[in-house]
Design a protein around this ligand. Structure first.
Ligand code: ADP
Ligand code: MN
Ligand code: MN
Ligand code: MN
Ligand code: MN
Length: 339
């Protein structure tokens, strides 16, 4: 017998990496992640190598059932190595693995809210051929054909994520027509990131069959239309047990060069989205506050009431690399909490 393994990886496109995949036919029965072979690809076609030394290595790091093909077929997320088996410069997973290992005792977990926008041709789904739809107000969590565009795709994507066994935890329609969100987590840093990358791949792949594309563009329509973010909710064991740790984490993110170190790695085009309007804080000013959707970091009201829980970093763009945002948050907050 044979099965199909869809090998998925993150390429080297600047400033925002793209997903790539290709299919390997494997003989025998699937025996677990550790039994999957490494594979190779042409790095000169993905901004990961020069033509004269183009081979790069795909190392399987996560696998799950393939909900598109079904049966015994699987999806295989890989990270990219050079031929000496060291991480390629585009590989952001390897540095996260190190930081997550270093702070594992603090038990950090993440829930990421992935916003995205459907496009049909050059317009967001639901935008008329000429001009604009009615201004924002009724679309967020809306219902009805005058407010909702693409629900059939969203439902199919949700089912595919569940069939794949990903830690998807919810969906909602967003503030701009054609804009949606799904949430992954809360789970460990590597898990939330691996699952989010596979959920993104499934989003593009599911929408493909509907003739629709999905984009993580942080500001798909200029002007008075909401951008797309990836709010990153974060806690450690100490934060889930007491409020002092919540405040320590919020303060640590404001120290010295930290605000800029984070923001400049939170997705290309972040200054276009973090303007201080449309439920954002200005990119060059760090603030935190309870219930404040205009702050960089929000402490949910329930967390203040319970005196424990998690914080929400509202700054990351929809196009952020989850391996990067989770590494930065663990590194900054867990270093401060360790003291
Ligand atoms: P909102 O839209 O109000 O910001 P959502 O319900 O979309 O909130 O997202 C909240 C996120 O917080 C979810 O992804 C959930 O997984 C995450 N979350 C809940 N509790 C924790 C926790 N203790 N640590 C980290 N993340 C958490
Ligand atoms: Mn070829
Ligand atoms: Mn949300
Ligand atoms: Mn949202
Ligand atoms: Mn949020």
């Amino acid at each position: 017998m044979t099965f199909k393994a869809e090998y998925i990886w993150i390429d080297g496109t600047e400033p925002t990496a793209k997903l790539r995949s290709k299919t390997k036919i494997i003989t025998g029965a699937f025996g677990g992640l550790g039994t999957l072979p490494v594979w190779g690809f042409d790095g000169s076609s993905t901004n990961q190598a020069e033509g004269h030394a183009s081979d790069r290595v795909l190392r399987p790091v996560f696998s799950c059932p393939d909900p598109i093909r079904g049966g015994d077929d699987i999806l295989v997320l890989c990270d990219v190595l050079d031929t000496d088996m060291t991480p390629h410069r585009s590989n952001t997973r390897a540095p996260l693995a190190e930081v997550a290992e270093r702070f594992a005792a603090q038990e950090p977990i993440f829930g990421i809210e992935q916003e995205y926008t459907f496009f049909e041709g050059s317009r967001p789904l639901g935008f008329p051929e000429n001009g604009f739809p009615a201004p924002q107000g009724g679309y967020y969590c809306g219902v009805g054909a005058d407010e909702i565009f693409g629900r059939d795709v969203v439902e199919a994507h949700l089912d595919n994520c569940l069939k794949a066994g990903l830690a998807i935890s919810g969906i909602n329609a967003e503030v701009m027509p054609g804009q949606w969100e799904f949430q992954v987590g809360p789970v460990s840093p590597l898990e939330v990131s691996d699952h989010l990358w596979v959920a993104r791949w499934l989003l593009y792949r599911t929408a493909e069959d509907f003739g629709v594309s999905a984009t993580l563009d942080p500001k798909p329509v200029k002007g008075d239309w909401n951008g797309a973010g990836a709010h990153t909710n974060f806690s450690t064991k100490a934060m889930r047990e007491g409020y002092d740790a919540i405040i320590t984490a919020c303060e640590s993110l404001g120290e010295g060069s930290k605000p800029l170190d984070h923001v400049k790695n939170y997705g290309a085009g972040i200054d276009e989205r973090l303007t201080g309007l449309h439920e954002t804080a200005p990119w060059d000013k760090y603030t935190y506050g309870v219930s404040d959707r205009g702050a960089s970091v929000r402490i949910p009201w329930q967390v203040e009431k319970d005196r424990k829980g998690y914080i929400e970093d509202r700054r990351p763009n929809a196009n952020v690399d989850p391996y990067v945002v989770t590494r930065l948050l663990v590194d900054t907050c867990c270093s401060a909490l360790e003291k």
